[in-house]
Design a binder for this molecule. Structure first.
Ligand SMILES: [Zn+2]
Length: 593
């Protein structure tokens, strides 16, 4: 033990001596350098050479590294920190939605909903009567007034002969007009596909609303993005990321077209973030765990660019699995241990009682999940599992417990994404089984999708436990952040604010005041660690990125204000002034000087 410590000290001394001998490319001084090292220490200065960090310490020490060509940046007290690592997002749909007809995640009345879509139709005179209009970023739970129902008829009232699909920002439901329903060949006797639901009225006719896998009945009819559209989407995504300060990300559900686009940008030297891709494992269409993993490995062979280097590259080392849908109304596709509540009274005098549904059977049966996880472990692929309800969480943890007992299962880094509700009996199991919950902090606030779409249906005991960020942290879990963009707009700083405060934005409206449930917010240091080093861990990148330490890659950002000293509500207003990836400045705002 001791000998190792001495050896380490010698290596450290050698690094310093070596560092002193050659000038740095870039030096930051006079800063609040927040390192996210083991002690969360704060330093003044940092130096970069050949894409890596060669010095972290005080202003005096960095002087020796100043050469004629060194760019010296005086931070004037500003905060410098590791670049953000987004452990779960959908860059391609995020990027393409920046280019689509968008409802912008806004709470809309029926009239506003209709007129916004009509405007898109009117603006697009070129498209013929058979061309689908694709509308995105529909905040379905936010429709006003509460509980108002949108159906095909809502869209049929618009002046157009075109088929229309309106996709919820959640990604779990889509609304069609009658022409869309017809093209999708949905009739009275059409059966629900596995893992999906065709919503019907009391007469058994499709209302136009498709849930989860049923969306594919229409989605499969949409023309795929062209190569040029794919390229434009990934470009737009990377631009949005640079501005937010995101230096690494996981595409939590990719496809070859997306990876082709990113590979293309990589080739052009335009990949400005370290890009990780999770390939879907889906046993629906006759695939077996073996054949699904084989397909993943085929895509890995085509797109993975090997170990991480200084310049950003692409890694394909994750599998995406869905265990359920979403717990919120009106979907209720989250797999719950106990039933959702239903109102057995009247709207005026509600009487919320357990209903007959506790959500669908998990999308992976226990045995199929076990086999799949083992196959993935054997292939050195880390599973990234979508779990929203407490039963989906529990069944995944059970399968991971079995996996851990096998030799190949020891080194896996499983991540459970979302975890909107976890049974308290399972909190400690995340640490025990070394499973990382990947959480979207911005969901932990009073909003239509919590207050309106969860509260009554969960009942008070379970509602008190929703979005259990601090509860998992306090149980010893290594929590990581994932935005799930474009489920929400890409705004990592708002998400961090909500993680800390559990409050909505000041302009959200009176009904969304206060904090979500009585749960505590996250300590600020824990929130930052989740979006840096802990997310790096899920990408097997924590020895290279996620903290500012000598030898690591120079992935870092400069902020316009200090995350730790400003009022918590102000965290949402933080602007990134500069983003550096592998020692290269990829974004700089005008306010940097
Ligand atoms: Zn997602």
């Amino acid at each position: 033990m001791k000998r190792i410590a001495i050896a380490a000290a010698l290596i450290a001394a050698a690094t310093v001596a070596h560092a002193a001998s050659k000038p740095a490319d870039t030096i930051y001084r006079n800063g609040y350098v927040y390192t996210v090292d083991a002690k969360d220490s704060v330093q003044q200065a940092l130096a970069v050479r050949a894409g890596r960090i060669v010095y972290v310490g005080d202003n005096d020490g960095v002087k020796a590294l100043t050469g004629k060509k060194t760019e010296v940046i005086d931070l004037q007290g500003r905060m410098l920190m590791p670049g953000l690592i987004d452990g779960h997002m959908h860059p391609q749909s995020g990027g393409s939605r920046l280019l689509n007809c968008s409802l912008n995640y806004e709470s809309l009345t029926m009239t506003q909903f209709q007129s916004r879509i009509q405007a898109c139709l009117d603006n697009d005179k070129k498209s013929g009567p058979d061309r689908w209009l694709i509308v995105v970023n529909w905040f379905q739970q936010g429709m006003q007034p509460d509980g108002v129902e949108t159906t095909a008829a809502t869209l049929d009232a618009l002046k157009t002969g075109r088929p229309i699909i309106v996709r919820s920002s959640f990604g779990h439901s889509a609304l069609l007009n009658s022409k869309g329903i017809k093209l999708a060949k949905i009739e009275r006797d059409t059966q629900d596909p596995p893992g999906g639901k065709i919503t019907r009225d009391d007469k058994g006719n499709a209302t136009g609303l498709l849930e989860d896998a049923a969306q594919d009945m229409a989605m499969n009819l949409l023309p795929p993005l062209t190569v040029a559209e794919n390229l434009a989407a990934s470009k737009a995504a990377l631009a949005a990321m640079r501005q937010q300060g995101i230096t690494s990300f996981l595409d939590a559900y990719t496809d070859p077209e997306t990876m082709t686009a990113f590979a293309n940008l990589h080739q052009q030297g335009k990949l400005t973030a370290r890009a990780h891709f999770a390939v879907l494992i889906d046993l629906d269409k006759g695939a077996t765990p073996q054949s699904a993993v084989a397909e993943l490995l085929k895509q890995q062979k085509q797109f993975d660019q090997g170990p991480i280097k200084v310049a950003p590259s692409m890694q394909v080392r994750h599998a995406k699995l869905f265990m359920d849908g979403v717990i919120s109304a009106p979907a209720f596709t989250g797999a719950m241990i106990e039933p959702y509540l239903v109102n057995k009274g009247t709207p005026e005098k509600p009487d919320w009682q357990p209903g007959s549904s506790n959500g669908p059977a998990s999308y992976f049966a226990p045995e199929a999940l076990r086999t799949t996880l083992k196959e993935l472990a054997r292939a050195h692929i880390d599973p990234h599992i979508h779990v929203d309800g407490d039963r989906a969480v529990r069944e995944s943890l059970d399968a991971i417990a079995d996996l851990r007992a096998t030799p190949e299962g020891k080194h896996v880094r499983p991540a459970l994404a979302h975890d909107e509700i976890v049974d308290p009996a399972d909190y400690k199991r995340f640490a025990q089984l070394d499973v990382t919950p990947v959480l979207s902090f911005q969901w932990g606030k009073p909003a239509p999708d919590t207050l309106g779409a969860l509260k009554d249906f969960m009942g008070p005991r379970r509602y008190a436990l929703v979005e259990p960020q601090a509860l998992l942290l306090n149980a010893g879990a290594r929590i990581a952040y994932g935005s799930d963009w474009p489920v929400d707009p890409l705004d990592e700083w708002f998400a961090l604010k909500v993680g800390v405060t559990r409050t909505a934005a000041p302009d959200a409206g009176k009904e969304y005041g206060g904090t979500l449930t009585g749960q505590p917010g996250l300590p600020r240091a824990a929130a930052l660690r989740a979006i840096t080093l802990n997310a790096a861990y899920t990408l097997r990148q924590e020895t290279q990125t996620g903290s500012l330490e000598v030898g690591k890659l120079a992935d870092l950002i400069v902020l316009d204000r200090n995350f730790f000293t400003i009022p918590a509500e102000d965290i949402a207003n933080i602007k990134v002034l500069q983003t550096m990836v592998g020692g290269k400045i990829v974004y700089q705002s005008r306010d940097m000087r």
